[in-house]
Design a protein around this ligand. Structure first.
Ligand code: GUN
Length: 306
């Protein structure tokens, strides 16, 4: 069987090129503030690519680097300062945070309309209630990728492996919005393969290399690999045995160049959406941005709030 790779690099670029054109035409500069606490090397790389992309699109991009031993209250103070700024439309606090901080409390402090990570309890609750607005970028990017490649979701069986607030849970909820039947498995699931073998779509987001093998996947199924595991050799691998799945899966996300670029692209979308959410109530007329949902997402039928 021929396996088609889902090219997130190309699709993410196509989407961000469209966003750049929309921003240019409308003459606006949404602002994205990224807060990085500590020196986690992987986080520094991720934050760098988010900032670079925002700048490429003509957005305002602010990086706030804070030492790892800063107190939680000091971090909350920084978030409050950013929340009050009119030129900052999106706030993202890079995860993981140092262990003395409670990510829930931190996310709670980001105003829902500036929460471009979709991790504030209000935005997570809106997603549970079927009104997705600002939702986490990775699952949104995966949905965009699946839809753009015409992979049917309605009535299909999706198995999500992983139950994080940033990927697994919102992925399950978004796929439910698309009328898929969804199972959620995780690191404590017994006989994982008994679940995944039945799936039309598997989304692996646990962070364990080699977790998903060919024998656990139905021939022709779609496998989306969210894992980002750095081996001792320095090689970056996902949670699935991608080499083994070539010629067996129907569709597969490569690493690199699959889910990662889609996450960054949808962060740019969320920043633009946050701008719209904040400027519209101020009765700012943005005629060039009227119908932007339709232009960017109309062909995909995604569950996004206009
Ligand atoms: N760490 C890894 N991925 C992400 C992400 O999408 N958002 C944040 N805030 N932290 C992350």
């Amino acid at each position: 069987m021929k396996t088609q790779l889902l090219d997130g690099r190309q699709l993410g670029k196509a989407l961000t090129d469209r966003i750049r054109q929309e921003l240019e035409l409308a003459g606006i500069k949404p602002g994205l503030a990224v807060v990085l606490v500590g020196d986690n090397e992987a986080s520094k790389l991720y934050v760098g690519s988010k900032q670079k992309k925002a700048q490429e699109l003509g957005m305002r991009s602010f990086l706030h680097r804070l030492p790892a031993d800063i107190s939680e209250d000091e971090l909350l103070g920084e978030i409050e300062m950013l929340s009050g700024r009119d030129d900052v439309h999106g706030i993202l606090v890079q995860l993981p945070l140092p262990s003395h901080m409670d990510p829930y409390r931190v996310q709670q402090h980001i105003p829902p309309a500036k929460d471009v990570d979709g991790l504030n309890p209000f935005n997570q609750g809106a997603l549970v209630l079927g009104r997705p607005t600002l939702v986490p970028c990775t699952p949104l990017g995966i949905l965009y990728l699946l839809s753009a490649y015409g992979i049917p979701l309605e009535g299909k069986h999706a198995v999500i492996v992983g139950r994080s607030a940033i990927v697994g849970k919102p992925m399950a909820l978004l796929l439910l919005e698309m009328n898929a039947s969804v199972s959620v498995c995780h690191s404590k699931t017994k006989d994982l393969g008994l679940h995944t073998i039945q799936a039309d779509i598997v989304v692996a987001a646990v962070g364990r290399p080699g977790l998903i093998q060919k024998t656990q996947i139905k021939e022709g199924a779609t496998v989306v690999d969210v894992g980002q595991n750095r081996l001792e050799t320095g090689r970056l691998v996902g949670d699935a045995d991608l080499d083994g799945l070539m010629g067996h899966a129907g569709f597969l996300t490569p690493i690199p160049g699959g889910v990662g670029p889609m996450t960054v692209a949808l962060l740019m979308w969320n920043t633009l959406l946050a701008f719209l959410l904040q400027e519209k109530p101020k009765a700012v007329r943005l005629p060039m941005l009227e119908g932007i949902h339709e232009r960017l997402f109309g062909h995909l039928n995604l569950p996004l709030v206009p």
